[in-house]
Design a protein around this ligand. Structure first.
Ligand SMILES: Cc1cc2nc3c(=O)[nH]c(=O)nc-3n(C[C@H](O)[C@H](O)[C@H](O)COP(=O)(O)O)c2cc1C
Length: 213
């Protein structure tokens, strides 16, 4: 394998020296906005890591649906493997990678369910087909055939033919409350820039450390 050539960063990617940032949320917001401009497909995708009862890690992609100083929110089926793992061990790590920008963000923290109001509001904003799909999917359970899934979709489409589709009781979101957020920017010759923000608890101030790449 040959090394990937470093990219010329587009002119709009000014940002200055990100390592001077004093707190992580504003910097994340900037990088996320630039990620959305640069990546045509799923710039909001993050790899979400959890652990099972034996401490065996599990990782899969989910979509970031909200973030603010309280944390990073994604939605899922509460019967899924990830939900069971989070209910048992409510801690997670997540990683974003915006290839075009050659940037990675990693975060780790404790996890808590979002409020019913927040989940209801997000569910209501989804397309009708996605709402019906949430009802029809027993995410991560064995599915005997595609046909069985399509029948379940048809059944729920008929059931909710009129009016709004309510949020299934088995579908909601989680918020990762980060204790650590790291920003990584590729630089020439693998001389990358890394900074990590850490805090001992949610209300504590962030400390920033620069790391060797
Ligand atoms: C780009 C991408 C985005 C995804 N977004 C979500 C998501 O937001 N929520 C979700 O439950 N699954 C999402 N999935 C599917 C998960 O990766 C995974 O297959 C599914 O949630 C089952 O995981 P589990 O068995 O570990 O619970 C996404 C997959 C990809 C590739």
């Amino acid at each position: 394998m040959t090394d990937t050539a470093p990219i010329e960063h587009p002119s709009w990617l000014t940002g200055g020296d990100f390592t001077t940032a004093e707190e992580p949320f504003r910097l994340f917001a900037e990088w996320f906005a630039e990620g959305k401009r640069a990546e045509p497909v799923n710039p909001d995708a993050m790899a979400l890591a959890t652990v099972d009862a034996d401490g065996m890690p599990n990782v899969r992609m989910v979509l970031l649906k909200a973030f603010d100083e309280r944390g990073f929110v994604f939605y899922t089926n509460l019967g899924s493997v990830k939900a069971h793992e989070l209910d048992r061990a409510p801690k997670a790590a997540a990683t974003f990678y915006w290839k075009t920008l050659q940037r990675q963000v990693r975060l780790r923290g404790t996890v808590e369910p979002v409020s019913t109001e927040e989940a209801d509001a997000y569910f209501a904003s989804r397309s009708r087909m996605a709402q019906i799909g949430a009802w029809a999917s027993k995410q991560s359970a064995e599915l005997e055939s595609r046909m069985a899934f399509e029948k379940a979709i048809a059944r729920h489409a008929a059931k909710f033919a009129i009016g709004t589709v309510p949020r299934p009781p088995f579908w909601s979101g989680y918020r990762i409350k980060p204790a650590e957020i790291e920003f990584w920017q590729e630089r020439l010759y693998r001389l990358h820039d890394r900074i990590v923000f850490r805090r001992a608890e949610m209300q504590a101030p962030w400390t920033k450390t620069r790391l060797y790449p």
